[in-house]
Design a protein around this ligand. Sequence first.
Ligand SMILES: [Zn+2]
Length: 591
Amino acid sequence: MTSFLECFSRTVAVCAGSLLCSISVGAPSPAPAVSASSDLILINGKVITVDAHDSVAEAVAIQGGKIVAVGTNEEIRELASKNARIVDLHGRTATPGLIDTHCHFDATDDLYAINLSKVTSVAEAVELVRKKVVSGKPGAWIQGAGWDEGKLSDRRYITAADLDKVSPSNPVWLTHTTGHYGVANSAALRLAKISRDSKDPDAGTIDRSPDGTPTGVLKETAMQPVRKLIPEYTRWQQRSGLLKMMADFNAEGMTAAKDPGTEGIRWDLYRELLDENKSTVRIFALLYGGRDMDSARKTLARLQSQPKPPESQGDGMLLSGGVKLFMDGSGGGRTAWVYDPWLRNGQPDTTRAGEPNTGYPNIDPPTYREMVKLFHEAGIHVSTHAVGDRAIDWVVDTYSDLLRQTPTKHLRHGIIHCNIPTDHALDTMARLQRDFDAGYPETQAPFLWWIGDIYHASFGAAREQRLMPYKTYTQKGIVWAGGSDYFVTPFPARYGLWASIARQTSSGTQPFGTAESVDIHTALKSYTIWAAHQLFLEDRIGSLEPGKDADIAVWDRDPYSIPTDAIKDMRCELTLLRGKIVYDAVRTKSK
Ligand SMILES: [Zn+2]
């Protein structure tokens, strides 16, 4: 990372060859730090500004990390100071740095656990576990993440019996891609004291075979007894996970994220990286508020010790944003709280007791309302996870009631996922946005793709047409903010841009139809200016306009003019954060 900046600070010239040849030939260290007043211009590009007129310019002038002008090549060249650094875009496209409004911002599992996101059969997953067992210490925990039965040729859950064959004594825990369930082997179940006599916990499910024996799959709160036994990653490992995540983000033209879980030492690590000038992604951090008033009060006390957004730390780099709550569970796991029963193999799903399975709230609904009241009255931003229609209604009605009682504007309370809003929820969100600057869906178009096949199996034909109803949002004047929910789906925002239009599952089908598709212009807003708004940073980022910070991504192609399918394959070539290069494809490749 340092080397980009070193080179960047020493080189000047109009580049004739590759995008950044002028910048890549700097002298070795030690080099002076980039001066805040350095001039930089980007010329000969298609500069998609995402301003109010969606205008496209040719060039941008940057001073001290801020955009001072956007315009034609001639206009911008005139503004360049004598020593200005000039980057010739050679016709490439620049956009605002892309923003993810719901990302579990952590690559630690990617570094240290088994990555199961690409496995296509149970046997393949088991083989990866076997290798880890063989190379690891006897008895040590084996962890993996990212499996999805919708992508396995077996079309079934991985079970304890599968894992026991290769790991009879090492405890194993493999988290599902949704994070809402996972599978333990028998050694892990034994350690967690989960047996056929165990009752399902409140807001959790122990999956069982017909005779009542746990299969190893544990959902929602039922995961806790196993998860709490797994040793935490060390501070160093977690720090490495954050640094990797930041670098990976920058390589995808991404410069900001809303991180919904910053418990433990994560906040301290964010501060530490900021203090060491190693932070290359803006972070809007949420703290989990727990499931009762006691946890809510503790979270409130922590939040009140920090400045509230839009106040930030590191000049817009780190915000203690507010609180995250859960109203329900997962669509893939059929635990989200819905009005009509979930489907399983095309038939209405039932609970163990033979009742229709309509999921369940993660939290006692009246308690949830009291908790939100506590935060709202303290002027704290709240984002609530709500997947099912019934959960979404409860969340928007809660926001609506509280805003009627205490009409504090601009807290921008969010509905995370907001998968299948009812007409009532749609109208309520539109009204709350208009009257209070609140009630924003923080939604993940890539769900339609990455877990679209398990969604299709669970939601059923009638309900799934309403999934992520972006077109309806535009018709009702509802603004939404895009994201990935990484590691639920891959984080590159290009996938979300594409999925907002294509609405295609990973098997290549379109069960959700395209009636709710939007065009690339609208999709891009949801990952730029509208996303910036949900980070309380819309005055700084989200569009390329004079006065804003120069968070800019340069792409190998123009998303406004290419076929939809090509959008998901866009390659980032250069990323600037506050006018400084944080990613340069040419240099990265030559390393
Ligand atoms: Zn999430």
